[in-house]
Design a protein around this ligand. Sequence first.
Ligand code: UDP
Length: 479
Amino acid sequence: MGALDLDEGPLTLHFIPYPSPGHMIPLCDIARLFSSRGHHVTIITTPSNAQTLHKFVSHRLRLHTVNFPSRQLGLPEGVENLAAVNSVEDSDRVHEAAMLLRGPIECFLERNPADCIVADFFFPWVHDVATKLRIPRLVFNGFSLFAVCAMHSMYANNPMHLDAYSNVVRDLPHRITLNATPPKVLVDLTKPLLETELKSHGIIVNNFAELDGEDYIQHYEKTTGHKAWHIGPVSHICRTAEEKTERGQESVVSAHKCLSWLNSKRANSVLYICFGSINQFSDKQLYEMACAVEASGCDFVWVVPEKKGKENESEEEKEKWLPRGFEKRNVMKGMIIRGWAPQVLILGHVALGAFLTHCGWNSTVEAVSAGVPMITWPVHDEQFYNEKLISEVRGIGVEVGAEEWDVIGFVEKKKVVGRESIEKAVRRLMDGGDEAQQIRRRARELGKKARAAVEEGGSSHKNLTSLIDELKRLRECRK
Ligand code: UDP
């Protein structure tokens, strides 16, 4: 059927995000992208998670809430997101509770027909429901396609019964040797999920084609026969300082305070340190980080967990993670943010010189969009793959040398990355030598490409148009 025959009426789409900021923030941005193109979207979520989304509600974007069975799993009322817990046990409970949402969500999907369901890959059961209802399903896993290709390759080349995987990723356009091997538990968790997503109509990727690279897109489509739609970086949907400050959660520091502090700094002079929404380091590790930052002499913005420096934290408690007198000595040089930071706003400031990051995919693609080079310190999930995309494949960062791959960020780490390694990596990017300048130049160029990708005529903008056309075509076929 030709494009001219398509019913041009708006599509109806249902979005089902997984309750963790790294999954929920980008999928809700994607929902907003569809509604900004005139389509009707419903985000299906739970009451606490809905609180962060009310500001986006319009006649084209609505929320449907289902109850989160916190009590049933022994979680306090209102704890409905991985960012709200700080132990492995509680994170397992949040995950288990999220898996129990199938009943009420399925009920909603049956009663409210849509043209497409876009669900997180943590909800593989959506495949059965969508098949039963004859509705196309798209999957969002929150990864770069580079990481997805690497995972498929790892899983194909390492039999499941192996206790330890190799750290060499074979059969990709580049030969990749990871700095650690993936934990078996992570493989056991993600392998079946990645297999189920191959049964969908495609995956939506929060990235732009130029960063994953045509070679990886072709590799994915050739080896899996599956379609990947690159429509990012989706954080570009947040245009104003206010939108950037409220993205995900309300920031603990105002946009005004952040911007006036950053405005007082020279271009490329500030190191930004943030390890995402769920990672936790030991006091000992934070202490090493503080010593390294101070020794490097850089200006810095350092995001630490909310409980650090809470009002009643005693000097004795504080000195476990922060060297004595650190705040006083660095009152002009540094800003410590205790709790949620307006990351996209900070990364977009010209004062930013480098980002010390855990390589969570959202953080990575946000830094790339802003043209900020990275110091990579992967910790969990697929972050060790992202590190290689940043440091070796695209040459827009340097590695700190982390070698401990956890399943999730809450795990107590056995190894501590020493202050010397951290300081060395920071200096490599912040000292302005030849290597740093080349890395910075490449990061800037990619940043320009990222911004161009989402503008009219850019690759991601066109991909979103094609995806919308494809969904209209599928709607026509079902009539
Ligand atoms: N984020 C933020 N402020 C914070 C911590 C995190 O805005 O203080 C956002 C960040 O911009 C990103 C997301 O939370 O969009 C974290 O996702 P990522 O994939 O980087 O890491 P995860 O939290 O899943 O480990």
